[in-house]
Each structure stands twice: as C-alpha cells, then as structure tokens.
Design a protein around this ligand. Sequence first.
Ligand code: SF4
Length: 257
Amino acid sequence: MRKTIVKLAGKKVLRVDGDARVRIVRPRKTDRLKKLARKPRSRSIAKAQIPAHARELYARLRAVYPNAHVELDYTTPLELLIATILSAQCTDKRVNMVTPLVFRTFPTAQSLADADPAVMEEMIKSTGFFRNKTKSLIALGKALVERHNGQVPDSMAELVKLPGVGRKTANVILGNAFNKNEGVVVDTHVGRLAVRLGLTRQTDPVKAEQDLMALVDQGDWTMLAHVLIFHGRRVCFARSPQCAICTLAEICPSSTV
Ligand code: SF4
C-alpha cells in the first residue's frame, strides 16, 4: 500500500495517508492570508488624536502633491459633468481619450438632449457601461434644458436631482468647476485611504464623507480629496501599498514598515 505523508514547509506533519511516499508542500494561502498579504494591518488611533493626525497627514500630502487636481480634462462645468459621469468604473486616462470627440459632438446641453443614442454609444463604448452612460447623458441634457436653461446648476440640492448625478459627482463639479467646498469627494481611493489612515471606520461613502468633513477646514475639502486620490493612484495602491516609499509611513496606522 502506498503512503503519502504531507508536511507543511515548517516540518510540521499535516496529514499521513497510506505507506509509500513522503512529500513536502508549502501551505496554501487561504483567502484570508491573501487578503492580509495585500492589505496593510491597521492599528487604531485614539479618537481624541484623530483631528491632529488628520492635519499632519494632510500637510504631508499637500507638500508631496502641491498641484493635486482633478485628472479629467475639461474646460466648462458641462464638460466636467460629462467626463465625471463617463469616469464611473473607468480610468480618467481612458475618459480623456474619448472626451475630445464627445465634447466636440455634444458641446451644449441641447445637443446632448438631441443625441442619437447609437452615435453616442459608439463614441463612449470603451469607457464601459456605455448603454447606461448614454441614457444618463441624454437624460442629463434634457433635464438641464428643461430645468436650468441648459446651464449646469451650482448647488448641491439641484445637482443631485439631475440624472446620473450623485453626491460624489456633485462634489466634483462644485469643488472644481465652481470652486465651492460643499463636501469631500469620496471615490474608491478616498474611501480606501481614509480607512487605512485611520480617519474613519465608515465604508459607506456618505458616512465617510461626514467624518472627513469634520476633520479638515471647509476650504480644504476639495484639496483633501485631490491629495488622497493622487496618493491612492501613485503610492497607496489597493492591492500593494508602497509603504516603504510612503511619506506617511511613520504616522500611518496601516503602515507595513
Ligand atoms: S504607509 Fe502609505 S502606502 Fe502604506 S498603507 Fe499607509 S498610506 Fe498606504
């Protein structure tokens, strides 16, 4: 009868079957281990220390990214609104490749409202979810024409009533096209970094935004999102945060170094 002895790499016997063969295998990474490998372990920060911690983090990130800005190309509020809607589940780089033609073809809310869906779908196909995005953009054009004389409104209350526009998109428009700090943009990068950096425990974007708004001055809300997004795209990657080269490593509760 053949024997199989399975051992862990650390010499501990895991299983013995039969009587013929000895084999050493490395332990398989479980899903949990895989997660730990790519997710930094988080230490908590005392609640009373969080505001000072946030100020220090923000100051360091501003020093590293003094020119952090929205990385979508645009020249008008309408262009930024179109680009932001197209950026859902898509990279800014890809969006910037398609928007020059989109902006030329649909330069006004009326032209968006009158767009041929097939033409628009073809134009924005590479950004993903192009059928839904086409519906949103045409509905957006109609709503802007009907309710706002073809102009993009500059208030949160009016923006979030537009098709395809949620609080995150509204914050992008208000902060960048109108220079109004009404909230903090919480996208995937901001949400991830805010938790890793100990600024919030909330994974719900709206709740996380409330926590972030309480930690920095209102005048810094737009820039806070910019520097977090820059850092998330350049250093604190979702799967492999580069803690060894991170300017926040010594104060980040999730640092692995
Ligand atoms: S040290 Fe830097 S890279 Fe590492 S988890 Fe913290 S913020 Fe992200």
